[in-house]
Design a binder for this molecule. Structure first.
Ligand SMILES: Cc1cc2nc3c(=O)[nH]c(=O)nc-3n(C[C@H](O)[C@H](O)[C@H](O)COP(=O)(O)OP(=O)(O)OC[C@H]3O[C@@H](n4cnc5c(N)ncnc54)[C@H](O)[C@@H]3O)c2cc1C
Length: 305
C-alpha cells in the first residue's frame, strides 16, 4: 500500500498540516516521533497562542493532536530512522521496523536546542531556565537574568530580555563576542547588560521550585564565582533534526532543509515546514502556519497527479 502523504513530526507544523490534509480527505499518516507534540510540550505557560491568553504548552499540543485525529489524520507512535527518496514511491523506515511507502512527504521534525549539560539545567528547566527569549522574556520583569552564549542569537536574546529584566549578564566562553557588528555594539553599550568573558556556567541551583543562583568558572584562572539569578537563557545554538535525511534531500551547512519554493524541497513531492527549515522565527504559531502552507502545497501536488 502506498500512502498518499506521510507527515514526519507531531509539533505545531506537523499537526497543523495533518488537520488540513485530514479535512481535505487525503488520509494523511503522521509519524509522531520521540517527542509527541514537539518542543512546546517541554514548557509551562504559553501566552502567545492567538485566542488563548494563557495555556500550558502540553495541554495546547494535546488539544491540537486531538483536533488532527478528529480531522482524519492517522497518527502513529514511531520514529523515522532513515528514508530513501531516490525513486518513487518514496520509502520511510521506522524504529519499530516498518517500511512505509509514500507518494508525498512533509518533513516537520523541528530542531533541538543545544544544552549546557550541567547540574541543575534539567531540574530548573521552565523554573527559570529557558531557551526562548521571544517566548519567555516577559516572565522576567525586573529580575536578574543570565544569558549563556556570545553569538548572534545570544546577544539578540540579551537585548530583548533587557527590555524586561532589571539586569542581564551574558556569560561567554571566549574573550570576545562572536556576534555581528551592529547588535554586538548595541549590547556592549546597553547599561543594563554586563558581559563576563572567558567564563562558563558550572552549575545552576535553586530552592526546588525556581532557580536562584549559578556558579561560573573563569577559563584561564580557574576561579569560581557564585551569581544570584532568577533566570538563565541557554543560547548556544540549535540543531535541526535531519540526521535521518542525509543524502536524500538538500540540507544547508547547519543541517536545515533547503527550500526551493515556500515549502518545496529539492525533491519532487517532498515538502518541509517549521523549525526544521526555519532558523529565523522559531515560534509555535509560525510553525503552525508553515505546516498549513506545506499541506496546501502538497494538496496541489497530489491533485495534479
Ligand atoms: C522550552 C520552550 C518554550 C517555548 N515556548 C514557546 C512559546 O511560548 N511560544 C511559541 O510560539 N513558541 C515557543 N517555543 C518554540 C516552539 O515550541 C517551536 O518553534 C515549535 O514547537 C516548532 O514546531 P515544529 O512543528 O517545527 O517542531 P517541533 O515542535 O520541534 O516538533 C518536532 C516534531 O518532530 C518529531 N521528530 C523529530 N525527529 C523525528 C523522527 N526522526 N521521526 C519522527 N518524528 C520526529 C518530534 O517527535 C516532534 O514531534 C518554545 C520552545 C521551547 C523549547
Amino acid at each position: 500500500m502506498v500512502e498518499r502523504v506521510v507527515i514526519i513530526g507531531s509539533g505545531p507544523a506537523g499537526l497543523s498540516a495533518g488537520i488540513y490534509l485530514g479535512r481535505a480527505k487525503y488520509n494523511p499518516l503522521l509519524i509522531e516521533g520521540m517527542q509527541p507534540g514537539g518542543q512546546l510540550t517541554t514548557t509551562t505557560k504559553v501566552e502567545n497562542w492567538p485566542g488563548i491568553k494563557e495555556v500550558m504548552g502540553f495541554k495546547l499540543m494535546m488539544d491540537i493532536k486531538e483536533h488532527a485525529k478528529a480531522s482524519g489524520c492517522n497518527i502513529i507512535s514511531d520514529t523515522v530512522v532513515a528514508v530513501d527518496f531516490s525513486k518513487k514511491p518514496y520509502k520511510i523506515f521506522t524504529k519499530l521496523g516498518k517500511e512505509i511507502l509514500a507518494e508525498s512527504v512533509i518533513i516537520t521534525t523541528g530542531a533541538s536546542y543545544k544544552k549546557l549539560n550541567i547540574p541543575g539545567e534539567q531540574e530548573y528547566f521552565a523554573k527559570g531556565v529557558s531557551v526562548c527569549a521571544t517566548c519567555d522574556a516577559p516572565f522576567f520583569q525586573d529580575k536578574n537574568v543570565i544569558v549563556v552564549g556570545g553569538g548572534d542569537s545570544a546577544v539578540t536574546e540579551a537585548e530583548h530580555i533587557s527590555h524586561f529584566a532589571k539586569k542581564v549578564t551574558i556569560i561567554h566562553i571566549l574573550e570576545e563576542l562572536t556576534a555581528k557588528d551592529p547588535i554586538k555594539y548595541k549590547v556592549m553599550e546597553n547599561k543594563k547588560i554586563e558581559i563576563i568573558y572567558n567564563s562558563v556556567v558550572k552549575k545552576i541551583e535553586g530552592d526546588g521550585l525556581k532557580m536562584t543562583k549559578i556558579t561560573i568558572e573563569h577559563q584561564k584562572t580557574g576561579d569560581t564565582k557564585v551569581l544570584s539569578a532568577d533566570g538563565l537563557f541557554v543560547a548556544i545554538g540549535m540543531k535541526p533534526n535531519t540526521d535521518f535525511l542525509k543524502d536524500n534531500i538538500e540540507l544547508d551547512n547547519y543541517g536545515y532543509v533547503v527550500l526551493k519554493g515556500k515549502t518545496v524541497t529539492s525533491k519532487d513531492g517532498i515538502f518541509a515546514a517549521g523549525d526544521v527549515a526555519d532558523f529565523t522565527y522559531k515560534q509555535a504559531i509560525t510553525s503552525s502556519g508553515f505546516g498549513v502552507m506545506a499541506a496546501l502545497d502538497c494538496q496541489k501536488f497530489l491533485s495534479k497527479k
